[in-house]
Ligand binder design. Sequence first.
Ligand code: ARG
Length: 590
Amino acid sequence: MVEQQQVRSLTSQVEDAVTEAMRGVLPADVTEVDPLIRRSEHADLQSNAALSLAKRLKRNPRELAEEIRERLAEVPWLTAEVSGPGFLNLTVDGGRLVENLGARAEDPRLGVPLTQSGQVIPVDYSAPNVAKEMHVGHLRSTLIGDALARVLGYLGAEVIRQNHVGDWGTQFGMLIQYIVEHPDQRWHNDEVDTDRTGGAVSALDSLYRTARRTFDEDPEFKVRAQQRVVELQAGDEATLATWREIVTESEKAFQEVYARLGVLLELDDVAAESFYNPRLQGVVDELRELGVVQESEGAWCVFFDDLKGPDGTPSPLIVQKADGGFGYAATDLAAVRYRVQELAATRVLYVVDARQAQHFDMVFRTARRAGWLTDDIEVVHVQTGTINGPDGRPFKTRAGGTVRLADLLDEALRQAERVVREKDPELPDEELRRVAHTASIGAVKYAELSTARTKNYNFDVEQMVSFNGDTGVYLQYTHTRIASILRRAQDSPAAFDTSAELEPAERLLAWELDSFAEALDAVSGTLEPHRLAGYLYSLARAYTSFYEACPVLGAPTPEVRANRLALSSLARTTLATGLGLLGITAPDRM
Ligand code: ARG
């Protein structure tokens, strides 16, 4: 096995060097020093530390900067210059930069440190509802959750994917009763078209709507449906059998969507609402013993001083209803207890629509009161905003219904076929379909993952599949360009040359390549995959500028050519790895 080689980025090496130099010039009682390193227009990096320290120490900033610079003169690979009122402009020796990249290129993990090892992180994401069409809202949670699971796993965390599928509730009484009374209805995956539609879920969704209508119109059906709920909750075998069939067929249909999207979720990752049923009574009993719940009009509730309805009456978390039933809240309380106590989580993530913020706030606070959650465990509602239509208005079909995920993906596929065809009219049909599939899924994912997750965005397919600009297609295309150069260079060697004089475009590319780990750490710190997307976009742009300014195959000397090939090869691996962590395929040709 190859030893993992953790490579420190040059930014952090510069940070260390400047911190060390600062310590040397500062009075001993100034202990916390921040070198305040930023990217710079005039050099590789700049430090603004002298300016902020001068204020604290009541000294002249330029003088202070000068003293730090003198100390830095001892670092052979760093050139420091004082500029303006007291900035330090910092330039790293090209050879040192190249050497660092060489170390990355040798490591299969590109030198990325395992900053999350030892963490156990359940990630709750996707969580569609049985017998209900998956819609665009579930798309956000699915794609963001999947990217977070991939990044955290790559950084060494033990990620436990939790698909909290909504598979329980009184609405199933109605649906089961309707299905039992209409055995001729076709809704199983093998009886309906699973390709273009959502399969069983689509069929069940419309059966449910018919059942609902019947329930409202036919008082006798209503009585039978209500009786069915009682039987379901009492665990009546025949009722449970139908329920299980509905659940199984729905989950199969969800898996088809996941396969099409290329997300990691598998059947094994399902820990649906019903999974917690056997634990619910225990949760309430424990909360009662601890005095966390109070009885109110027959229901067991948790009250919060600061959470009141518009009329000033408290709005509690209802853990058990007066009729003894349990709802969404009880299930989530059981889930948080399970994740902490049984999965031994150190951090728990819930990638769910921002509109459920109050629910999670109440659940987490209740779990803290119960002592299930302690300060050393971080639970986060990773909030997502709303996806709107291309016109910026709520996403609805012309008939006013919710837009189905499958339809959106079909539309993205059609648009991708169009642009790929335009770019390469000669492409054989089969190849076209393959490329367009990869491009359309990449486009949809990238559009999602390059947006701050709490922001609302417009689902504009035409813009998403463009070859230019900040799109998935542009990134994939950049990858194919690098792959093509490397293919054509086949038998010439790629080798980093530490004696090379770097051109500005090479230097910029080198800095980007050296910052991959920092982009990943930003994702794990902020739980914002767009940090990685943004990084990959600047990497692709840096490569494009490099490619335009510095001939690779036509380089002036064999050494320069080898060095540029090595840069290209690392760019390709970094881009492919980064796209892979967003769940996006990096094709060799398109
Ligand atoms: N099924 C829910 C919905 O569609 C999302 C569940 C999110 N996860 C959770 N633990 N509550 O809105």
